[in-house]
Design a protein around this ligand. Structure first.
Ligand code: DGJ
Length: 723
């Protein structure tokens, strides 16, 4: 385990989870309550006494219980904030009094039943502490699970709740983490957005109030991401203390930073309590999703790099995790629904000629789908468009030397479909209520096993038969009437979470059955960009907004939590279909290279000069792929703050560096502008491709000027190699 370790002091009732860069210190008080005394920078294990007294400064009107830095706050006995766990008890009250009962410490990390979670590949990669708490009166047992990783500066935390009593309970709030932080002189950071403008960082001061971000949509959503951080007011991208949390989950969630009347902050994240209640019969257990917690004193980049490393290597899984991702072409913006096999093959030939490796056929290949008004659920090829079927097309693509990928939207059903006509009760709906449509579609009720099995079989039969190497798994609307025909009235608030568990079962089954297929998730662009889906599909379509200028912000914001290797990024046509803006081919390529690179345009309509540029871009990407996918990504200059954006990728061995700078609008008589690089060896020499040499010290202290042309939306890429 190297320098990450969990110390247990049974005599003092103390648990010290010490990561490489953080300490997380838990202490029992004299009444057996579990308190959190410190989550922050790493401190020596020998120096934990007296921490509790720090919380006792000042007098208060409040009860003692509510003043304590509780690790698992529960309602009813003097804690007035959002409880991390609450239940309606058999006698109708909602009082929970949890007492510590014991602990186990194990090597490695157990999986979470039915849920995605971070993982290890061998037991020596992590240690897991499980703390058992109990309300004896109710027979309610709680297991808090904490994992410290040897190689990642992330703490994983989740909770399992067991009804060991004799009567049924109803859980009404089950958060994954709820951590008290000393003080409140912080800013809050979250990722806000909407369709086409996902994950824009928003930083606001914390007040004595509850600041919450949430989704009730049955999807993590475009509007808020399941992420929230607090940071010192002086913290920047490069320095200062930051505490961040994200959730390994893809449905409705709540994340909160609450400042109490003692001037302390509580950070919480988990299932949205309004959207998930759970009946717990005697003998049953409920497992929450996992929260990932990062503390960094290296500013926002420090936090992001810790998330990136874990997400890329111990949340994403499978055959494609570490493999070079293929350069792709997707026909959506090139043809929309209007394609023939001949047209697709013509695009594919051009794509093959410029070095593309994967052709992806998007929406419109099945049923009678020539618009978005029909056929979802009928995953049978449209022979008018593709006379040789999907098999025929994939063979031709393979014949061209390309991998072949296919779009599905398996969670949906069109009212105008054979599936809906055969099974009108298979969608989410409430009896006697209108079935609200969005994009002319309804959502299949994946809380039902028969519906899950149908989806598995429908997708699997195409993959088995037709030679498909890649799947784009789309999902284009949020839940309405989130109720299920199979659940009793008192279980209806379980529907959303049961849906997610059903979706995860479907994805687990399909990804296990087709381990070499590369899956990419999508939800109207980036409406479900979260660690839950990254566990099954190692890349996500970042946004339907493919405008290079807009993408600077979207990709910058997304990188606050997610690694570039998780972000789909395509070069599309100009004028851009979302904004009408025109940016050069070079700019579009240089923005798209900071993600999983692809094209999304009709290559047959490109002039030769742009095809040549495209070929050069593909060549460059291929030679940089390891650094782009696995290197350390650092944000250098924010497109939210000015006219420029810049970032860098540094290969894992520190030898290759890619510096990328972008100018949005040309200014006359501009101020001189230099950008400092980061993380280099000051004494080492870094050489550019045209033979110029710089010391690491100079690149970091003096920086690089950016020679940008007199052109709006221009870019500058510099490749350096340590000699
Ligand atoms: C929404 C996706 O984000 C697009 O890329 C495209 O696949 C369409 N759906 C197809 O309907």
């Amino acid at each position: 385990m190297g320098c990450a370790v969990i110390y247990v002091d049974e005599k003092q009732g103390r648990f010290h989870l010490q990561g490489r860069a953080y300490s997380y210190c838990l202490q029992l008080d004299e009444e057996g309550r579990l308190l959190n005394l410190h989550w922050g920078g790493r401190i020596p294990d020998a120096d934990l006494s007296q921490l509790l007294s720090f919380y006792w400064e000042g007098a208060s009107f409040d009860l003692r219980y509510g003043r304590l830095p509780l690790e698992l706050p529960t309602p009813g006995a003097g804690y007035y904030g959002t409880g991390a766990l609450s239940a309606v008890n058999p006698n109708g009250d909602s009082i929970l009094c949890l007492q510590y009962k014991g602990y186990t410490l194990t090597a490695g990390k157990p999986t979470l039943p039915g849920l995605p979670a971070s993982y290890v590949e061998s037991p020596d990669e992590a240690q897991t502490l499980t703390l058992l708490l109990e309300d004896e009166l109710l027979g309610l047992r709680v297991r808090l699970m904490y994992t410290v990783f040897a190689n990642y500066d992330v703490l994983a935390r989740s909770m399992a709740v067991e009804n060991a009593g004799k009567a049924p309970l109803e859980l009404t709030c089950m958060l994954s983490a709820s951590v008290p932080l000393y003080g409140c002189d912080y800013d809050l950071l979250h990722l806000k957005g909407g369709w086409g403008r996902e994950r824009a960082p928003q930083r606001v001061p914390l007040n004595q109030a509850i600041s919450r971000v949430e989704s009730r949509r049955g999807a993590s959503g475009h509007e808020q991401n399941p992420f929230l951080a607090v940071l010192e007011k002086s913290a920047t991208e490069f320095q200062g203390r930051v505490w961040g949390q994200t959730l390994v989950y893809s449905g409705s969630f709540l994340a909160e930073a609450a400042v109490n009347n003692f001037g302390h902050t509580r950070l919480s994240i988990g299932l949205h309590p309004d959207m998930c209640h759970w009946r717990l019969a005697p003998g049953e257990s409920f497992q929450t999703p996992e929260a990932l917690l990062v503390y960094s004193d290296q500013g926002l980049n420090g936090m992001s790099q810790a998330f990136h490393a874990l997400i890329r290597q111990r949340v994403c899984r499978g055959y494609w995790r570490d493999r070079q991702r293929p350069v792709l072409i997707n026909n959506w913006e090139g043809t929309y629904f209007d394609f023939t096999e001949e047209k697709l093959l013509a695009i594919a030939e051009k794509a093959r000629d410029i070095g593309v490796e994967l052709f992806v056929l998007d929406d419109g290949w099945f049923g009678k789908r020539n618009t978005d008004t029909c056929s979802l659920g009928d995953w049978v090829v449209n022979l008018d468009k593709l006379p040789g079927g999907i098999r025929g097309l994939s063979e031709k693509m393979h014949g061209l030397g390309l991998l072949f990928g296919l779009w599905f939207e398996p969670e949906m059903v069109s009212p105008d479909s054979d599936l809906y006509r055969a099974h009108p009760d298979w969608c989410l709906h409430a009896k006697d209520r209108v079935r609200t449509q969005a994009r002319h579609q309804l959502i299949l009720d994946l809380s039902r096993q028969d519906v899950q099995d149908y989806v598995i079989q429908a997708v699997a039969s195409v993959l088995e038969r037709d030679g498909v190497d890649y799947v784009k798994w789309d999902m284009n609307r949020n839940m309405t009437e989130p109720f299920s025909a199979l659940l009793p009235a008192e279980g209806q608030l379980e529907t959303q979470h049961r849906y997610m568990l059903g979706l995860y079962r479907v994805l687990e089954t399909l990804t296990a059955r087709f381990p070499k297929v590369l899956f990419e998730s999508c939800s109207g662009g980036g409406g479900r960009f979260d660690c839950g889906l990254l566990y099954y599909m190692p890349q996500t379509w970042t946004s339907d907004d493919t405008d290079a200028n807009e993408r600077l912000q979207i990709q910058y914001g997304t990188s606050i939590v997610y690694p570039p290797a998780a972000m789909g990024a395509h070069v599309s046509a100009v004028p851009n279909h979302q904004t009408g803006r025109i940016a050069s081919f070079q700019m579009r390529g240089n923005v798209a290279l900071a993600g999983n690179f692809g094209f999304e345009l009709d290559l047959t309509a490109l002039p030769q000069q742009e095809l040549d540029q495209a070929k050069e871009q593909v060549l460059a990407i291929k030679s940089l792929r390891d650094t782009l996918q696995k290197g350390v990504f650092t944000r250098l200059e924010s497109p939210f703050e000015g006219n420029f954006a810049a970032w860098q990728f540094l290969s894992q061995d520190g030898e290759d560096l890619l510096f990328c700078a972008y100018q949005r609008l040309v200014q006359p008589n501009p101020l001189s502008h230099r950008i400092r690089l980061r993380g280099l060896e000051p004494e080492a020499c870094y050489r550019t491709e045209d033979g110029q040499s710089y010391s690491g010290g100079r690149l970091m202290e003096v920086g690089l000027p950016i020679p940008l042309p007199k052109e709006d939306f221009s870019s500058y890429i510099l490749r350096l190699h340590r000699t």
